[in-house]
Design a protein. Structure first.
Length: 296
């Protein structure tokens, strides 16, 4: 099994047709079919169901897709990093971001740095904190913007200033129009849309307050929570910096009064990645972020 076979396999799996995959890869169909058959023989499994109108991926093929994607991505990353190290501050930074980072990343400092390094490209992967941490440890990412809490052991972390969680309310809740902050007792009766990242935080807070909240929805993307709130369906509970990126005039944004509802974004990398000039330069431009030993 080699990288060429894996790239060919992924192309066929994604296109669903040998002809379309061959066109995408700029190869003739017979060599493509031969490489797929060779791969199946080496693994001792059937990867595709051959049908008159194309192909479908078998159960074994679906399992291989995930591994093939990681292997081909890691190969491309290794190639980019070796070339970047040889030529200095050039190449590609593989950056992971959580959905709730939009209020902090990108920022003016990053924009300025990219303008000064025209040869640098960003390859952005979006996911939740745990997915991105896994990709960092697998060396699939160079840097990630994560949301606390997470295990920062064996990582280089720089934390942005703490921010308060906020409620994004449809304007129909006129009783809160002149309030700057909301209490848990204000929120409990409302149809709440919560970002899954803070499940435990809200569960404990409402439990300790002796309140039973009404949850309309739980979602994995904080932007989805805000979108539903803007459609007048409920009250989104998201980090304040993200709430303030919403420009619509159909919602109210109010901070949560309870001081437990503070959260941080962190710029995170590994010690190995930090040894490359490209990643070191990228990390250095976030001067406002604090190192781990100063974080409380």
């Amino acid at each position: 099994m080699n990288l060429k076979q894996l790239r060919y396999f992924l192309a066929v799996a994604e296109e669903g047709q040998m002809t379309a995959a061959a066109k995408r890869l700029h190869v003739a169909q017979p060599p493509l079919s031969y490489q797929i058959k060779q791969l199946e023989q080496e693994l001792g499994v059937t990867l595709f169901n051959r049908l008159p109108q194309g192909v479908t991926v078998t159960a074994a093929g679906k399992l291989l897709v995930g591994y093939a994607q990681q292997l081909t991505q890691l190969s491309a990353t290794a190639e980019n990093k070796v070339r970047a190290l040889a030529h200095g501050i050039t190449g590609t930074i593989n950056l992971g971001t959580v959905s709730s980072s939009a209020g902090v990343i990108p920022n003016p400092a990053l924009r300025k740095w990219l303008q000064q390094h025209a040869d640098v490209q960003l390859s952005v992967t979006e996911g939740n904190t745990y997915e991105l941490l896994d990709d960092l440890h697998k060396r699939l990412l160079d840097v990630a913007v994560l949301r606390t809490p997470f295990n920062g052991q064996h990582l280089v972390c720089r934390y942005f200033p703490a921010e308060r969680m906020a409620a994004v309310l449809p304007k129909q809740y006129t009783q809160f129009a002149h309030r700057r902050q909301l209490r848990l007792s204000d929120l409990a009766p409302l149809p709440l849309i919560k970002y899954r990242r803070f499940n435990e935080l809200f569960h404990i807070a409402f439990l300790e307050a002796g309140l039973t909240p009404h949850y309309l929805m739980t979602c994995d993307d904080a932007r989805t929570a805000m979108h539903w709130a803007s459609r007048q369906l409920g009250v989104a509970l998201v980090p304040r910096s993200l709430a303030e990126t919403y420009d619509g005039g159909d919602v109210l944004i109010r901070s949560l009064a309870d001081h437990r509802f503070e959260t941080h974004l962190a710029l995170v990398t590994t010690n190995e990645a930090l040894e490359t000039p490209l990643v070191a330069g990228f990390m250095a431009q976030f001067e406002q972020a604090r190192p781990l030993d100063n974080f409380h």
